[in-house]
Design a protein around this ligand. Structure first.
Ligand code: ZN
Length: 55
């Protein structure tokens, strides 16, 4: 399994990517990495605004 610095990985048997939040139990699965990043950033903006502002 490939893991990159952001903690996201691409499962070898399916074309989905998964992202876990570094700050809570939130995680999401999506078809494409850009879509997943967008969802993660939405999550940060809503749930961790102070972390979001620091990015
Ligand atoms: Zn979170």
């Amino acid at each position: 399994m490939n893991t990159n610095r952001n903690g996201a990985y691409v499962a070898s048997t399916t074309d989905v990517v998964e992202r876990s939040c570094d700050h809570c139990e939130w995680h999401a699965v999506d078809d494409t990495y850009p879509a997943l990043i967008e969802r993660y950033q939405d999550h940060l903006r809503e749930e961790h605004p102070r972390i979001w502002l620091r990015r």
